[in-house]
Design a protein around this ligand. Sequence first.
Ligand code: TXA
Ligand code: MG
Length: 348
Amino acid sequence: MAIGRVLQQEIQEAVEALRAGELVAFPTETVYGLGANANNPDAVRKIFRVKGRPSTHPVIVHIDHPRYLQRWVREMTPEAKKLADAFWPGPLTLVAKRAPAVNDVITGGQDTVAIRVPNHPVAQQLLNAFGGGIAAPSANKYGHVSPTRAEHVRDEFGDDVKWVLDGGDCKVGLESTIISCLADGPRVLRPGSISFSQLKAVVPTIQMGPNPSAPRVPGSTSRHYSPATPVNVVPSRRLETVMNEFTANHEKVAVLAQRPPGTANPFMTWINAGIRPDIYARNLYANLRTLDKASAKIILVEEVPEGEKWDAVRDRLRRSASAENIVTYDQDIAAWVADFGEEGGPPG
Ligand code: TXA
Ligand code: MG
Protein backbone atom coordinates (compact mmCIF):
# COMPACT_ATOMS: atom_id res chain seq x y z
CA MET A 1 0.00 0.00 0.00
CA ALA A 2 1.30 3.46 -0.87
CA ILE A 3 1.52 5.76 2.16
CA GLY A 4 1.50 9.43 1.20
CA ARG A 5 4.16 11.39 3.06
CA VAL A 6 2.41 14.40 1.80
CA LEU A 7 4.96 15.91 -0.45
CA GLN A 8 3.28 17.90 -3.21
CA GLN A 9 3.99 14.97 -5.56
CA GLU A 10 1.98 12.64 -3.34
CA ILE A 11 -0.89 15.09 -3.02
CA GLN A 12 -0.92 15.21 -6.82
CA GLU A 13 -1.08 11.41 -7.05
CA ALA A 14 -3.89 11.33 -4.48
CA VAL A 15 -5.79 13.94 -6.51
CA GLU A 16 -5.39 11.82 -9.64
CA ALA A 17 -6.65 8.78 -7.71
CA LEU A 18 -9.73 10.77 -6.59
CA ARG A 19 -10.35 11.94 -10.16
CA ALA A 20 -10.12 8.32 -11.31
CA GLY A 21 -12.84 7.35 -8.83
CA GLU A 22 -10.47 5.76 -6.27
CA LEU A 23 -10.61 6.13 -2.49
CA VAL A 24 -8.03 8.19 -0.58
CA ALA A 25 -7.74 8.15 3.22
CA PHE A 26 -6.54 11.48 4.62
CA PRO A 27 -5.95 13.09 8.01
CA THR A 28 -8.18 15.75 9.51
CA GLU A 29 -7.76 17.40 12.92
CA THR A 30 -10.59 15.17 14.28
CA VAL A 31 -10.05 11.67 12.82
CA TYR A 32 -8.87 10.20 9.50
CA GLY A 33 -11.46 10.24 6.71
CA LEU A 34 -12.00 7.77 3.85
CA GLY A 35 -12.51 10.09 0.89
CA ALA A 36 -14.07 9.90 -2.55
CA ASN A 37 -14.95 12.47 -5.19
CA ALA A 38 -18.33 13.73 -3.90
CA ASN A 39 -19.45 14.35 -7.49
CA ASN A 40 -18.91 10.73 -8.50
CA PRO A 41 -21.69 8.49 -7.10
CA ASP A 42 -19.86 5.27 -8.09
CA ALA A 43 -16.78 6.40 -6.17
CA VAL A 44 -18.89 7.28 -3.11
CA ARG A 45 -20.56 3.85 -3.30
CA LYS A 46 -17.09 2.30 -2.96
CA ILE A 47 -16.79 3.93 0.48
CA PHE A 48 -19.93 2.13 1.64
CA ARG A 49 -18.69 -1.18 0.23
CA VAL A 50 -15.25 -0.96 1.81
CA LYS A 51 -16.60 0.17 5.20
CA GLY A 52 -19.51 -2.27 5.22
CA ARG A 53 -21.76 0.71 5.95
CA PRO A 54 -25.50 0.63 5.18
CA SER A 55 -26.22 2.69 2.07
CA THR A 56 -28.85 4.81 3.80
CA HIS A 57 -26.29 6.47 6.12
CA PRO A 58 -25.43 9.94 4.81
CA VAL A 59 -21.78 11.12 4.54
CA ILE A 60 -20.11 14.48 5.17
CA VAL A 61 -18.85 16.56 2.21
CA HIS A 62 -15.50 18.26 2.91
CA ILE A 63 -14.48 21.48 1.15
CA ASP A 64 -11.43 23.68 1.62
CA HIS A 65 -13.28 26.99 1.93
CA PRO A 66 -16.84 28.27 2.38
CA ARG A 67 -16.61 29.92 -1.04
CA TYR A 68 -17.65 26.52 -2.50
CA LEU A 69 -20.70 26.19 -0.23
CA GLN A 70 -23.29 27.08 -2.85
CA ARG A 71 -22.34 24.01 -4.89
CA TRP A 72 -23.60 21.85 -2.02
CA VAL A 73 -26.02 23.91 0.07
CA ARG A 74 -29.09 25.80 -1.16
CA GLU A 75 -29.80 27.65 2.04
CA MET A 76 -27.61 28.71 4.97
CA THR A 77 -29.69 30.00 7.90
CA PRO A 78 -28.31 33.08 9.76
CA GLU A 79 -27.25 30.73 12.59
CA ALA A 80 -25.39 28.47 10.16
CA LYS A 81 -23.52 31.49 8.79
CA LYS A 82 -22.51 32.61 12.28
CA LEU A 83 -21.27 29.14 13.23
CA ALA A 84 -19.34 28.82 9.97
CA ASP A 85 -17.71 32.23 10.53
CA ALA A 86 -16.78 31.32 14.10
CA PHE A 87 -15.52 27.74 13.70
CA TRP A 88 -14.45 27.10 10.09
CA PRO A 89 -11.96 25.87 9.21
CA GLY A 90 -12.22 23.49 12.16
CA PRO A 91 -13.88 20.50 13.84
CA LEU A 92 -17.46 21.56 12.98
CA THR A 93 -19.97 19.97 10.57
CA LEU A 94 -23.13 21.84 9.55
CA VAL A 95 -26.28 20.16 8.24
CA ALA A 96 -28.26 22.39 5.85
CA LYS A 97 -30.72 22.11 2.93
CA ARG A 98 -28.91 20.50 0.03
CA ALA A 99 -28.28 22.03 -3.38
CA PRO A 100 -30.25 20.34 -6.22
CA ALA A 101 -27.21 18.63 -7.77
CA VAL A 102 -26.09 16.78 -4.63
CA ASN A 103 -26.41 13.05 -5.22
CA ASP A 104 -28.71 10.88 -3.10
CA VAL A 105 -25.81 8.55 -2.31
CA ILE A 106 -24.27 11.43 -0.25
CA THR A 107 -27.44 12.44 1.58
CA GLY A 108 -29.04 9.04 2.03
CA GLY A 109 -31.92 10.39 -0.05
CA GLN A 110 -32.67 13.24 2.39
CA ASP A 111 -33.16 16.89 1.53
CA THR A 112 -30.19 17.92 3.70
CA VAL A 113 -26.41 17.68 3.39
CA ALA A 114 -23.62 17.71 5.98
CA ILE A 115 -20.65 19.99 5.18
CA ARG A 116 -17.29 20.47 6.86
CA VAL A 117 -14.24 22.69 6.27
CA PRO A 118 -11.38 20.95 8.11
CA ASN A 119 -8.29 22.86 9.22
CA HIS A 120 -5.68 20.07 9.08
CA PRO A 121 -2.92 21.26 6.72
CA VAL A 122 -2.88 17.97 4.77
CA ALA A 123 -6.68 17.99 4.38
CA GLN A 124 -6.45 21.58 3.22
CA GLN A 125 -3.62 20.74 0.79
CA LEU A 126 -5.60 17.82 -0.66
CA LEU A 127 -8.94 19.65 -0.95
CA ASN A 128 -7.26 22.66 -2.44
CA ALA A 129 -5.42 20.66 -5.08
CA PHE A 130 -8.53 18.58 -5.83
CA GLY A 131 -10.68 21.68 -6.19
CA GLY A 132 -13.97 19.97 -5.35
CA GLY A 133 -15.87 18.29 -2.54
CA ILE A 134 -14.57 15.10 -0.93
CA ALA A 135 -17.19 12.85 0.65
CA ALA A 136 -15.65 11.18 3.69
CA PRO A 137 -16.84 9.23 6.69
CA SER A 138 -14.34 8.21 9.37
CA ALA A 139 -11.88 5.69 7.88
CA ASN A 140 -12.95 2.64 9.90
CA LYS A 141 -15.12 -0.41 9.32
CA TYR A 142 -18.78 0.25 10.09
CA GLY A 143 -19.40 0.51 13.86
CA HIS A 144 -15.72 0.22 14.78
CA VAL A 145 -13.38 2.67 16.53
CA SER A 146 -12.43 5.74 14.42
CA PRO A 147 -8.78 6.03 13.29
CA THR A 148 -6.54 8.78 14.64
CA ARG A 149 -3.29 7.57 13.01
CA ALA A 150 -2.42 6.39 9.49
CA GLU A 151 -1.51 2.96 10.89
CA HIS A 152 -5.06 2.61 12.28
CA VAL A 153 -6.39 3.06 8.74
CA ARG A 154 -4.01 0.35 7.51
CA ASP A 155 -5.16 -1.94 10.35
CA GLU A 156 -8.79 -1.39 9.31
CA PHE A 157 -8.53 -1.83 5.56
CA GLY A 158 -5.17 -3.35 4.56
CA ASP A 159 -4.88 -3.44 0.78
CA ASP A 160 -8.51 -2.40 0.23
CA VAL A 161 -7.44 1.23 0.54
CA LYS A 162 -4.41 1.97 -1.62
CA TRP A 163 -3.94 5.64 -0.73
CA VAL A 164 -3.37 6.72 2.85
CA LEU A 165 -1.95 10.20 3.36
CA ASP A 166 -0.03 10.16 6.63
CA GLY A 167 -0.47 13.40 8.56
CA GLY A 168 0.57 12.04 11.96
CA ASP A 169 -1.66 11.84 15.03
CA CYS A 170 -4.98 13.72 14.94
CA LYS A 171 -4.95 16.59 17.45
CA VAL A 172 -8.62 16.48 18.48
CA GLY A 173 -9.09 12.71 18.31
CA LEU A 174 -12.92 12.71 18.35
CA GLU A 175 -15.24 13.27 15.39
CA SER A 176 -16.50 16.78 14.60
CA THR A 177 -19.36 18.53 16.37
CA ILE A 178 -22.42 18.14 14.07
CA ILE A 179 -25.04 20.91 14.15
CA SER A 180 -28.20 20.89 12.10
CA CYS A 181 -29.31 24.36 11.01
CA LEU A 182 -32.81 23.84 9.61
CA ALA A 183 -36.32 25.19 10.20
CA ASP A 184 -36.43 23.74 13.75
CA GLY A 185 -33.47 25.91 14.78
CA PRO A 186 -29.82 25.03 15.46
CA ARG A 187 -29.35 21.68 17.24
CA VAL A 188 -26.30 19.69 18.25
CA LEU A 189 -26.66 16.23 16.67
CA ARG A 190 -23.22 14.99 17.79
CA PRO A 191 -21.11 16.65 20.52
CA GLY A 192 -17.45 17.24 19.70
CA SER A 193 -14.50 19.26 20.95
CA ILE A 194 -16.34 22.60 20.70
CA SER A 195 -18.20 22.94 24.01
CA PHE A 196 -21.90 23.76 24.28
CA SER A 197 -21.02 27.10 25.98
CA GLN A 198 -18.73 28.03 23.08
CA LEU A 199 -21.57 27.26 20.65
CA LYS A 200 -24.12 29.15 22.74
CA ALA A 201 -21.86 32.20 22.83
CA VAL A 202 -22.17 32.36 19.02
CA VAL A 203 -25.78 31.13 18.65
CA PRO A 204 -27.74 31.59 21.91
CA THR A 205 -30.79 29.67 20.61
CA ILE A 206 -28.86 26.44 20.05
CA GLN A 207 -30.26 23.26 21.64
CA MET A 208 -28.60 20.02 22.65
CA GLY A 209 -29.81 16.89 20.88
CA PRO A 210 -31.92 16.19 17.80
CA ASN A 211 -35.50 17.37 17.48
CA PRO A 212 -37.48 14.56 19.13
CA SER A 213 -40.29 14.89 16.57
CA ALA A 214 -37.99 14.85 13.51
CA PRO A 215 -37.18 11.53 11.78
CA ARG A 216 -33.91 10.02 12.99
CA VAL A 217 -31.03 10.10 10.53
CA PRO A 218 -29.60 6.61 9.97
CA GLY A 219 -26.26 6.35 11.71
CA SER A 220 -27.15 8.68 14.55
CA THR A 221 -28.53 6.09 16.96
CA SER A 222 -26.82 2.75 16.44
CA ARG A 223 -23.99 1.26 18.47
CA HIS A 224 -20.77 2.80 17.26
CA TYR A 225 -17.13 3.48 18.06
CA SER A 226 -16.80 -0.06 19.42
CA PRO A 227 -13.77 -2.28 19.94
CA ALA A 228 -14.32 -6.03 19.43
CA THR A 229 -13.94 -6.60 23.20
CA PRO A 230 -17.11 -5.63 25.11
CA VAL A 231 -16.89 -2.25 26.86
CA ASN A 232 -18.46 -1.52 30.24
CA VAL A 233 -18.51 1.93 31.88
CA VAL A 234 -18.05 1.67 35.65
CA PRO A 235 -18.18 4.28 38.44
CA SER A 236 -14.68 5.10 39.73
CA ARG A 237 -15.31 3.74 43.22
CA ARG A 238 -16.46 0.37 41.78
CA LEU A 239 -13.60 -0.06 39.34
CA GLU A 240 -11.32 -2.35 41.36
CA THR A 241 -14.29 -4.36 42.71
CA VAL A 242 -15.67 -5.07 39.25
CA MET A 243 -12.17 -5.83 37.95
CA ASN A 244 -11.56 -8.31 40.79
CA GLU A 245 -14.79 -10.15 39.98
CA PHE A 246 -13.25 -11.07 36.64
CA THR A 247 -9.63 -11.57 37.64
CA ALA A 248 -10.62 -13.79 40.59
CA ASN A 249 -11.58 -16.32 37.88
CA HIS A 250 -8.25 -15.66 36.10
CA GLU A 251 -10.05 -13.75 33.37
CA LYS A 252 -8.04 -10.91 31.83
CA VAL A 253 -9.43 -7.39 32.19
CA ALA A 254 -8.42 -4.23 30.33
CA VAL A 255 -9.01 -0.92 32.09
CA LEU A 256 -9.17 2.67 30.83
CA ALA A 257 -8.90 4.85 33.91
CA GLN A 258 -7.99 8.38 34.93
CA ARG A 259 -5.69 7.32 37.76
CA PRO A 260 -3.20 4.54 38.50
CA PRO A 261 -4.61 1.22 39.78
CA GLY A 262 -5.26 0.87 43.52
CA THR A 263 -3.81 -2.65 43.59
CA ALA A 264 -1.43 -4.73 41.50
CA ASN A 265 -3.07 -7.54 39.53
CA PRO A 266 -1.38 -9.93 37.07
CA PHE A 267 -4.59 -10.27 35.01
CA MET A 268 -5.10 -6.59 34.28
CA THR A 269 -3.91 -4.24 31.54
CA TRP A 270 -4.40 -0.72 32.89
CA ILE A 271 -4.10 2.59 31.00
CA ASN A 272 -4.11 5.81 33.03
CA ALA A 273 -5.46 8.33 30.50
CA GLY A 274 -5.29 11.25 32.93
CA ILE A 275 -7.77 13.92 33.95
CA ARG A 276 -7.48 16.47 31.12
CA PRO A 277 -10.48 16.14 28.79
CA ASP A 278 -8.62 17.34 25.67
CA ILE A 279 -5.74 14.90 26.14
CA TYR A 280 -8.09 12.06 27.15
CA ALA A 281 -10.08 12.68 23.95
CA ARG A 282 -6.98 12.88 21.74
CA ASN A 283 -5.80 9.45 22.95
CA LEU A 284 -9.19 7.77 23.45
CA TYR A 285 -9.40 5.75 20.24
CA ALA A 286 -5.72 4.74 20.26
CA ASN A 287 -6.17 3.62 23.88
CA LEU A 288 -9.27 1.59 23.02
CA ARG A 289 -7.37 -0.05 20.14
CA THR A 290 -4.48 -0.92 22.49
CA LEU A 291 -6.84 -2.38 25.11
CA ASP A 292 -8.70 -4.30 22.40
CA LYS A 293 -5.44 -6.14 21.66
CA ALA A 294 -4.95 -7.21 25.31
CA SER A 295 -7.06 -10.39 24.74
CA ALA A 296 -9.19 -9.39 27.71
CA LYS A 297 -12.67 -10.64 28.52
CA ILE A 298 -13.88 -7.06 28.97
CA ILE A 299 -12.74 -3.43 28.77
CA LEU A 300 -13.75 -1.52 31.91
CA VAL A 301 -13.84 2.24 31.46
CA GLU A 302 -13.81 4.46 34.54
CA GLU A 303 -16.80 6.77 34.29
CA VAL A 304 -15.66 10.29 33.31
CA PRO A 305 -16.58 13.40 35.34
CA GLU A 306 -19.77 15.42 34.98
CA GLY A 307 -19.59 18.69 33.05
CA GLU A 308 -19.67 19.84 29.44
CA LYS A 309 -15.93 19.45 28.86
CA TRP A 310 -16.53 15.70 28.97
CA ASP A 311 -19.75 15.68 26.86
CA ALA A 312 -18.14 14.37 23.67
CA VAL A 313 -16.06 11.72 25.46
CA ARG A 314 -19.09 10.61 27.49
CA ASP A 315 -21.15 10.35 24.29
CA ARG A 316 -18.53 8.13 22.56
CA LEU A 317 -18.05 5.92 25.62
CA ARG A 318 -21.79 5.40 25.96
CA ARG A 319 -22.03 4.35 22.32
CA SER A 320 -18.98 2.11 22.44
CA ALA A 321 -20.52 0.11 25.28
CA SER A 322 -22.85 -2.62 24.07
CA ALA A 323 -26.51 -2.54 25.07
CA GLU A 324 -26.11 -5.46 27.50
CA ASN A 325 -23.27 -3.71 29.25
CA ILE A 326 -25.25 -0.54 29.76
CA VAL A 327 -27.88 -2.70 31.50
CA THR A 328 -25.15 -4.34 33.57
CA TYR A 329 -23.93 -0.92 34.52
CA ASP A 330 -27.39 0.17 35.70
CA GLN A 331 -27.64 -3.05 37.68
CA ASP A 332 -24.24 -2.30 39.22
CA ILE A 333 -25.54 1.07 40.39
CA ALA A 334 -28.73 -0.49 41.76
CA ALA A 335 -26.72 -3.17 43.58
CA TRP A 336 -24.36 -0.53 44.88
CA VAL A 337 -27.14 1.68 46.22
CA ALA A 338 -28.79 -1.35 47.81
CA ASP A 339 -25.48 -2.29 49.50
CA PHE A 340 -24.12 1.07 50.53
CA GLY A 341 -26.76 3.78 49.95
CA GLU A 342 -26.43 6.74 47.52
CA GLU A 343 -23.21 8.15 49.03
CA GLY A 344 -21.66 5.02 50.49
CA GLY A 345 -18.06 3.98 49.86
CA PRO A 346 -16.61 0.51 49.41
CA PRO A 347 -15.99 -1.42 52.62
CA GLY A 348 -12.44 -1.30 54.03
O1 TXA B 1 -14.84 14.50 12.24
C1 TXA B 1 -15.62 14.01 11.42
O2 TXA B 1 -16.79 14.41 11.29
C2 TXA B 1 -15.08 12.87 10.53
C3 TXA B 1 -14.01 13.47 9.60
C4 TXA B 1 -13.47 12.46 8.62
O3 TXA B 1 -14.55 14.58 8.93
N1 TXA B 1 -16.15 12.26 9.77
C5 TXA B 1 -17.09 11.48 10.35
O4 TXA B 1 -17.99 10.92 9.43
O5 TXA B 1 -17.17 11.27 11.54
P1 TXA B 1 -18.98 9.73 9.79
O6 TXA B 1 -19.63 9.35 8.51
O7 TXA B 1 -18.25 8.66 10.51
O8 TXA B 1 -20.06 10.40 10.69
C6 TXA B 1 -20.90 11.35 10.10
C7 TXA B 1 -22.20 11.45 10.82
C8 TXA B 1 -23.05 10.21 10.67
O9 TXA B 1 -23.55 9.83 11.95
C9 TXA B 1 -24.20 10.66 9.78
O10 TXA B 1 -25.42 10.03 10.11
C10 TXA B 1 -24.24 12.15 10.05
O11 TXA B 1 -22.91 12.52 10.21
N2 TXA B 1 -24.80 12.88 8.89
C11 TXA B 1 -24.29 12.96 7.65
N3 TXA B 1 -25.12 13.64 6.84
C12 TXA B 1 -26.16 14.02 7.59
C13 TXA B 1 -27.37 14.74 7.34
N4 TXA B 1 -27.65 15.20 6.13
N5 TXA B 1 -28.22 14.93 8.37
C14 TXA B 1 -27.94 14.46 9.60
N6 TXA B 1 -26.83 13.76 9.92
C15 TXA B 1 -25.96 13.54 8.92
MG1 MG C 1 -17.80 7.19 11.81
